[in-house]
Design a protein around this ligand. Structure first.
Ligand SMILES: C[S@@+](CC[C@H](N)C(=O)[O-])C[C@H]1O[C@@H](n2cnc3c(N)ncnc32)[C@H](O)[C@@H]1O
Length: 220
């Protein structure tokens, strides 16, 4: 089974940079950092996935499919303070584990945006198996073209360059107070409210402020 460390090492040659030495992969000065042990999984999507790897799907994506471990998913939603009143958008939703866990654990509504049709199909099947099809929805499409305005929580497990490309869109479309949670990769000068680290995994959380910071170019 793939892990996030697999994602990092698989991407090193592509990026030509040492991801492990990126600022986001070390403790952020001035941010709240906590460590603890992994939570108990509430949704069992952790078995080796037959959809990881070989597929005839030819649509290009910005990031390969690598699942966040279920313990990290649980922690991302906890760090985001998800409640049943939230609408959780996972941008690049893979097999659907983040929206499904948000629905199962918190009763939140979940929306997954995923470019790969076979993953959308798998996520819908997983939602059905977990009894949350009424609460979650998986939309096939490009996350950069999706309307994010109804989200109260956005989760991502993308790449540093993709996070930076996404950042202006988050500021343009999300209401102040919306929480953004990223697995493993930060957003450069945008300091997180919270950073959580454990067992080589890192989670960052930001909150959309009332005023857009100077370093964000909304026109990008
Ligand atoms: C690293 S996986 C993360 C999957 C899931 N969010 C998780 O944490 O387990 C990234 C996902 O983003 C999808 N993806 C990549 N580029 C995309 C794009 N432009 N629009 C929508 N989905 C995209 C990939 O197909 C893949 O499923």
């Amino acid at each position: 089974m793939f892990s996030s460390s697999t994602l990092r090492s698989a991407l090193l040659p592509l990026l030509g940079i040492a991801l492990l030495s990126l600022p986001g992969c070390a403790q952020e000065e001035g941010s709240t950092t906590s460590t603890d042990t992994a939570d108990t999984a509430t949704v069992d999507l952790s078995a080796p996935s037959p959809i990881t790897g070989g597929t005839t799907d030819t649509i290009d994506s910005d990031v390969p499919f690598v699942e966040s471990p279920q313990s990290v998913v649980n922690k991302m939603l906890e760090v985001a303070n998800v409640t049943k009143n939230d609408v959780v958008y996972d941008l690049g939703s893979g097999d659907g584990r983040i929206p499904i866990t948000a629905a199962r654990t918190y009763g939140a509504r979940g929306v997954g945006i995923e470019i790969k049709p076979h993953l959308v199909k798998k996520a819908r099947e997983n939602a059905k198996e977990n009894g949350v099809s009424d609460l979650v929805e998986f939309r096939q499409g490009d996350l950069f073209k999706a309307d994010l305005s109804e989200a109260t929580v956005v989760t991502i497990y993308l790449l540093p360059t993709v996070n930076m490309k996404l950042r202006p869109k988050l500021f343009r479309e999300l209401e102040p107070g919306t929480r953004v949670v990223s697995h493993d990769f930060d957003m450069n000068e945008w300091e997180p409210d919270t950073t959580w680290e454990s067992g080589g995994e890192t989670i960052f959380r930001w909150t959309i402020p009332e005023e857009t910071p100077d370093f964000v170019n909304l026109e990008e």
